[in-house]
Write a new protein. Structure first.
Length: 160
């Protein structure tokens, strides 16, 4: 029996029953506080990433704020939101490799504090090229890379 690996597009479209809102349990409350959290659907994360116009940026934290608000939850899960952004980035690169040009601009979605995500397609060199080409200055701190003054270029993704 042969196993066919799913494409990034297939992974992106498999919502596995999400979004879902859960109560924050006692074990998790030490990290997340009290209330509820949402696990978003992968396509929701992709959709928000796609709203970031050229010259603007967002972060996983900003995506999480919008998702929490959208689902009337206290927070959005940081782990799944990050994973779904990573899947959306790879799905975009997969589409681009097939000749599609109108792809999700994943390079505009940064980690916390404006850090470039080395796990995105092409790694840091590709992200530096793409972001630099859109007018962003990249600075290095140790082994990590950040967009300088990223807060001043955050896009408004949804009405809070």
């Amino acid at each position: 029996m042969s196993y066919k690996r799913k494409t990034w597009q297939e992974k992106l479209k498999n919502n596995k029953g999400y979004p879902k809102v859960f109560e924050i349990d006692r074990a998790t409350s030490k990290r997340w506080g009290e209330g509820t959290f949402v696990i978003p659907a992968p396509m929701e994360v992709k959709e928000l990433m796609g709203k970031v116009p050229k010259g603007k940026l967002t972060t996983i934290d900003e995506l999480r704020k919008v998702l929490a608000h959208r689902h009337v939850a206290t927070i959005a899960c940081p782990i799944t939101t990050g994973i779904f952004a990573w899947i959306a980035a790879h799905a975009a690169a997969e589409s681009h490799a097939k000749g599609q040009n109108n792809i999700t601009p994943y390079w505009r979605t940064l980690k916390s504090k404006g850090e470039l995500n080395p796990k995105y397609p092409g790694g840091i060199p590709s992200l530096k090229r793409k972001l630099g080409g859109e007018g962003h200055a990249i600075i290095q701190k140790g082994k990590r890379f950040f967009v300088k003054d990223f807060q001043q270029r955050l896009a408004v993704l949804d009405d809070p």
